[in-house]
Design a protein around this ligand. Structure first.
Ligand code: PEP
Length: 249
């Protein structure tokens, strides 16, 4: 049975104190739920170790890691450092990193390798921009992102990846992909993975949806057979909204 996951990407929000307080509330609310999805929070790097201290049932993710293992890379944080701090997941290839920091699939391939080598679970983000969807190129765009960043992995390595499909036009815009659009893409991704790694591996991979997901639309999105949870931006900054999404399962 593949894992259901709801992960909150806090991006560059919250002071340290605000972040710890948010994590405490999320932990309290999540621990009162029975079963359902694995809840994950992804605070800024600075907050990770303090936030980790207040989590028990909730898992923790970094929002990025370096493409090199160590050395003279000012301002970077390595996968090994994250692992040493007890971090479990790392978001890689978020569209904001691709758009604002020039992250290419070649760079992401290196980050994925380092994350896996250090025992972190990558949450690999893929998704098309609006003009690509309007030209009906969205399926091909996502296939290329997956192939270029991930298809050098062995089946065993790939089985440790979580995919997040995030149509860029839906991120932070208030516009959500329809339930049918999400299912179409998630089903397509699973088919692409099955072609490359076989149906058994593809069926075990969690594929999350991201893009203006909120308590009011999460139920419909998560009801799809190939949608295994969500990567949540804005709505993860308020514990009640975030847990409302978790409860949608
Ligand atoms: C995201 O940035 O991963 C995201 C899904 O953001 P939002 O939920 O705010 O659209």
């Amino acid at each position: 049975m593949r894992k259901k996951i709801v992960a909150g990407n806090w991006k560059m929000n919250k002071t340290l104190q605000e972040g710890v307080a948010l994590a405490q509330t999320v932990e309290q609310m999540a621990s009162a739920l029975s079963g359902g999805a694995q809840v994950v929070v992804a605070p800024p790097f600075l907050h990770l170790t303090e936030v980790k201290k207040v989590l028990k049932t909730v898992s923790i993710a970094a929002q990025n890691c370096a493409a090199e293992s160590s050395g003279a890379y000012t301002g970077e944080v390595s996968a090994a450092m994250l692992k040493s701090a007890g971090i479990e997941y790392v978001i890689l290839g978020h569209s904001e990193r691709r758009a604002y920091y020039g992250e290419t699939d070649a760079i992401l391939a290196k980050k994925v390798d380092l994350a896996l080598a250090n025992g972190l679970t990558p949450i690999f983000c893929c998704g098309e921009v609006l003009s690509e969807r309007e030209q009906n190129l969205h399926l091909g765009v996502v296939k290329t992102q997956l192939a270029d960043a991930l298809f050098h992995l062995s089946a065993e390595q790939f089985s440790r990846i979580v995919i997040a499909y995030e149509p860029v036009w839906a991120i932070g815009t208030g516009v959500t992909a329809t339930s049918d659009q999400a299912q179409e893409m998630h089903h397509y991704i699973r088919g692409v993975l099955a072609e490359k790694y076989g149906a058994a591996v593809a069926n075990e991979i969690s594929i999350l949806y991201g893009g203006s997901c909120k308590p009011s639309n999460a139920g419909e999105l998560f009801a799809n057979p190939d949608v295994d949870g969500g990567l949540i931006g804005g709505a993860s900054l308020e514990a009640g909204d975030f847990i409302g999404i978790v409860k949608a399962f």
